[in-house]
Design a protein around this ligand. Structure first.
Ligand SMILES: Cc1ncc(COP(=O)(O)O)c(C=O)c1O
Length: 406
């Protein structure tokens, strides 16, 4: 593949990051070895000092992990160029989970006294990390409506401790989208580290590095793996020195490393990534239109619908609109519980981005412990259902939703 001038996205999905394996195995095997040997003491010195390529210890990486990292870095940068007009080179570090990748990014870049500027609708786990763990380390957050750049600028100007801008678009579960071009420009103008969680959109639909962000994070558990077989996360960065320096150090010392088996599953899943995303998006467009016209549904949150308040922003920065949506049932909590229990094909589970259609009712599951007022304030109403549209035949998904709504 290295000889190809401009490999296409699907070619990168299949071949990207693959190196000739020592024993000429067609696929990179699962390297189930906790440590790696040195032929001589001098080789150990050279590998430790970075003068020779080589693996050291499983927590630092292995060939199976390396392939998944290289593939994802290629996909996030596919078709992008740096300021010199050269293909944009990105670096990825695979983690045990999306949360581990986010933690490395935060702790590798911030210190006590620094602040993060972010918006209301982050993934719940990230929000809790920012609210409950970081303040204990002396890192506070400033929350602003990212739909209003003038408020963001005013907040940054008012507080010299703000060092990082944290973006998530589309956001979980309201599917709010914010303008990365505008926000990243603002962040860079003020010398902030700008990072974006790209889990919902994936690099197939949206490439935050197009807008000069510094870091992108993913829960690879979702569409990148695509089959629901492994928890994982990835941190992608553009600054080679930083990625090979403090970020790598933080990853190794926090110990949130991936493992060979889950990296293998991720690499395998990524081979069909482009094809899968097209099918997910086709089905999602149909499902959103169906729900939008259903009398039992009060509201559908899907950036592909022209009625979505952020439709124009999504159109600007996403190739298509993804496959996650949420909708509100007119009958509230009770109707939502009845609906979930009537599903026959679609699965009642948390998570998203798997082959099969997955739904969850946040008010009775993920948010059952959140006080109602607080839950409502973040847009999670009693009858809200989150839906990740799978790749089954759309007629079967629609029939199941229809019978469960009826
Ligand atoms: C947008 C987003 N970011 C991060 C995460 C955390 O990922 P993980 O569960 O792999 O740690 C999730 C999980 O749902 C998510 O939806």
């Amino acid at each position: 593949m290295n000889e190809l001038q401009n490999p296409g996205f699907d070619t990168l999905c299949i071949h990207g990051g693959h190196l000739q394996e020592a024993h000429r195995a067609h696929l990179t095997p699962i390297y189930a070895s906790s440590t790696y040997t040195f032929n001589t003491a001098q080789q150990g010195i050279d590998i430790f000092q970075g003068n020779e390529e080589g693996y050291i210890y499983g927590r630092f990486g292995n060939p199976t992990i390396r392939e998944a990292e290289a593939k994802i870095a290629l996909l996030e940068g596919a078709g992008l160029r740096n300021s010199d007009g050269q293909p944009l080179q990105l670096y990825a570090i695979l983690h045990a989970s999306g949360m581990a990748a986010i933690t490395t990014m935060l702790l590798g870049n911030l210190k006590a006294g620094d602040k993060i500027i972010t918006h209301h609708s982050l993934y719940g786990g990230t929000q809790e990390l920012v609210d409950k763990i970081l303040p204990g380390l002396g890192i506070e957050s400033v929350i602003v409506d990212f739909h209003q750049p003038e408020l963001v600028a005013a907040a940054i100007n008012a507080d010299a401790q703000i060092k990082m801008m944290y973006i998530e678009t589309p956001a979980n579960p309201t599917l709010q989208c914010v303008d990365m071009e505008v926000l990243s420009a603002l962040g860079r103008q003020h010398h902030l580290i700008v990072c974006a969680d790209n889990t919902f959109a994936t690099p197939y639909l949206q490439q935050p590095f197009r807008y000069n962000v510094d870091f992108v994070m993913h829960s690879t558990t979702k569409f990148l793996n695509g089959h629901g077989t492994a928890i994982g996360g990835v941190l992608v960065g553009r600054d080679a020195e930083k990625m090979d320096g403090i970020v790598k150090k933080t990853h190794r010392l926090l110990g949130g490393n991936s493992n060979a088996f889950e990296a293998f599953l991720l690499t395998n899943g990524l081979k069909t990534f482009g094809l899968r995303m097209e099918r997910h998006c086709n089905n999602a467009d149909e499902v959103a239109t169906f729900l939008d016209n259903h009398p039992a549904v009060a509201k559908v949150n899907f950036p592909g619908l022209v009625s979505h308040p952020d439709h124009e922003t999504a159109k600007k920065q996403m190739k298509r609109f993804g496959a996650v949506m949420s909708f509100e049932l007119k009958g509230g909590f009770d109707a939502a519980v009845v609906f979930m229990d009537k599903l026959r094909l679609c699965t009642n589970a948390v998570s998203l981005g798997t082959c099969d259609t997955i739904l969850s009712h946040p008010a009775s599951t993920t948010h059952v412990g959140v006080p109602r007022d607080q839950r409502l304030a973040s847009g999670i109403t009693d009858g809200l259902i989150r839906l990740s549209v799978g790749m089954e035949n759309s007629t079967d998904i629609l029939a199941d939703l229809q019978q469960a709504l009826g």
